[in-house]
Design a protein around this ligand. Structure first.
Ligand code: CMP
Length: 130
């Protein structure tokens, strides 16, 4: 995977090329067809996803939906809280994304705390119900 692609991801802003190369090595790129469920409520969180292309739909417990697109991430709540997935996430279009395993994510946060700082306002908004 080219690190050029990682430069456009806001949660990775401030990570130098060496760090981006490390992330590129540790992340797994995958594609999913429109309609595929990528996270299911109540399931354990095995990893975090960063969207590269396409959009996903997050079906919230209150019946509303939120659309996420390129550069945005999902699946972080279960990793950060050790709770099961709190929403269903489905590919709205064909999607290309990065998957980062739970343990890898922990190691990346240790090595690059700016990732956590960049994610914090987004996570706070999500958990705050906005
Ligand atoms: P997780 O609980 O691991 O799995 C479901 C994911 O949906 C969750 O992590 C978040 O990444 C995402 N999610 C939950 N609530 C919201 C929200 N209000 N806005 C955007 N994404 C959300």
């Amino acid at each position: 995977m080219e690190i050029e692609m990682l430069r456009d991801i806001p949660m990775l802003a401030g990570i130098d090329d060496e760090g981006l190369e490390e992330i590129a090595r540790l992340a797994t790129e995958f594609t999913a067809p429109a309609g595929q469920v990528l996270a299911e409520v109540g399931q354990p969180g095995s990893g975090l996803f960063v969207i590269e292309e396409g959009t996903v739909e997050v079906d919230l417990p209150d019946g509303s939906t939120v659309e996420l697109g390129p550069g945005e991430f999902f699946g972080e709540v279960a990793l950060l809280t050790d709770a099961p997935r709190n929403a269903r996430v489905r590919a709205r279009s064909d999607v290309r994304a990065l998957a980062i395993e739970r343990r890898t994510f922990g190691r990346l946060l240790d090595a690059h705390p700016t990732i956590a700082v960049a994610m914090l306002p987004v996570v706070a908004r999500r958990l705050g119900g906005h």
